[in-house]
Design a protein around this ligand. Structure first.
Ligand SMILES: [Zn+2]
Ligand SMILES: [Zn+2]
Length: 93
């Protein structure tokens, strides 16, 4: 099993599902970039770590809609930089 498969398996784990739901609930089920409410929401890691996803610090997790999530990953792939959301979060509050 390669790393990606292993990680995808972890994302189906009930412990991650519980944490993921808690993050969306914390964020009010609102995308932190475009502030869309509802629809398909993903829980994104601001910075990837070697921790199991359910052991992740909640400050490293953020709710994004599918479109913004895809955009964020392509931004990270292109630039090799992690994208920080604090400025966006400030705008939406
Ligand atoms: Zn969005
Ligand atoms: Zn992500």
């Amino acid at each position: 099993m390669d790393y990606k498969e292993e990680y995808e398996r972890k994302l189906r784990d009930y412990r991650w599902r519980a944490v993921s739901y808690s993050i969306k609930n914390r964020d009010g089920f609102i995308c932190n970039i475009c502030t869309n409410v509802g629809g398909v929401l993903n829980t994104h890691h601001k910075v990837y770590t070697t921790k199991d996803p359910w052991d992740e610090d909640w400050s490293n997790l953020i709710t994004l809609c599918e479109d913004c999530h895809v955009w964020t990953h392509s931004y990270q792939n292109e630039t090799g930089l992690n994208f920080y959301y604090d400025e966006w979060v400030d705008k939406s509050t």
